[in-house]
Design a protein around this ligand. Sequence first.
Ligand SMILES: Cc1cc2nc3c(=O)[nH]c(=O)nc-3n(C[C@H](O)[C@H](O)[C@H](O)COP(=O)(O)OP(=O)(O)OC[C@H]3O[C@@H](n4cnc5c(N)ncnc54)[C@H](O)[C@@H]3O)c2cc1C
Length: 376
Amino acid sequence: MKNISFWERNWLTDYDYVVIGGGIVGSFTALKIASENKNARVALIERGILPLGASTKNAGFACFGSISEIEKNRKEMSDDNLLSLLELRIRGLEKLRNDLGDKNISYSNCNGYELFFDNNGLEKRIYEINELLNPLMDKNCFSLCNKDIKRFDFAKEIVVGLAINKHEGSINPGKMIFSLKQKLGSLGVDCYFSTEVESFEETSSKIFLKLKSRNQSIDIKTNKLAICTNAFAKNWFEMEDISPGRGIILLTNEIPDLKIDGCFHYNQGYYYFRNIKRRLLIGGGREIDIHNESTLSFGSNKIIRQKLIEHIKTFILPDINFKIESEWSGIMGFGINKLPLIKRVSENIVLGVRLGGMGISIGSIVGEKTADLIIN
Ligand SMILES: Cc1cc2nc3c(=O)[nH]c(=O)nc-3n(C[C@H](O)[C@H](O)[C@H](O)COP(=O)(O)OP(=O)(O)OC[C@H]3O[C@@H](n4cnc5c(N)ncnc54)[C@H](O)[C@@H]3O)c2cc1C
């Protein structure tokens, strides 16, 4: 340990609990630990100045799955497992809203919609998904709303069907993390930003972590460790079923006569768009270049970018001039198993990762479960 004073060694580097990752999961994990252990010394360590994963890079959909996405999932897992996943998303969103408050996350009950390019059997498909969701939701969670195709000004020769989910909404993910940080501060959690955990080593008495921040490198120790680094956990746990997936987002200029209002999905949830006041945010399209998008590196993808712009021009805003004013990417964590990975890796180390594409909806509960596992 370089240039560490007596005071620092005895007062600033010894913790009861350390949480790695300042995204939604790490923040909810630290929150639960600190609120249940008032006298414990808790630290949360994040390598970015701002979280550098997905929690502040996402689209802000407070959603639990569109019709074609749930149909796709139904082919990949049993109905029981699928219902468990959907329930996790629904309860997770409730918890997020209850714990932080709608105002503090700018929750808007704006409805979710799915665009269809083929009307065949649509009513039957909607009926079947409503039946599947019966144990969790009211009878008509999804319904057809083709009349709104005109209201939103979609190209009506391409968009021939529209379904609405009245239980979907949107949030502001920046405000969500801001509000979590405030709560962590009020509970006395030490939040270290711009600090990367380079490695950790468990001994019989303590877990030692090597931290790096700019030119400074220090070691700290803790009794218990929660790793909430989502896709980046693969760096330490190669054998686990975790694969990275990059998501790209484009945001237009302000469009004075924008008619889009709400959260929209299409093509099995692979594409999505929403309005942010008068701007259009669009993202997705990973599936057309899945090999290059299975990466832990932030960046853009020309083919996907072009495809998203083509979709805006051809059927989302067919008669409107726009320009892309900003764009960014985030990194998600997927697995063959669609459920999150919450597991004990040793007596005092737990993992809360693999949030998939809807981590905002499940993040609060994954954090809570990760904390429960480490506390008990
Ligand atoms: C483009 C995009 C759009 C999305 N849209 C939505 C949406 O609309 N709705 C929805 O529900 N979900 C959406 N998601 C998914 C959702 O954002 C994620 O599932 C969720 O944010 C994952 O949260 P997390 O806390 O597990 O991971 P992260 O947010 O990735 O947090 C992990 C943190 O760990 C930190 N870290 C990693 N390694 C280290 C280290 N060694 N030392 C210190 N810190 C480290 C990272 O910097 C990162 O901040 C989207 C994702 C993307 C990328």
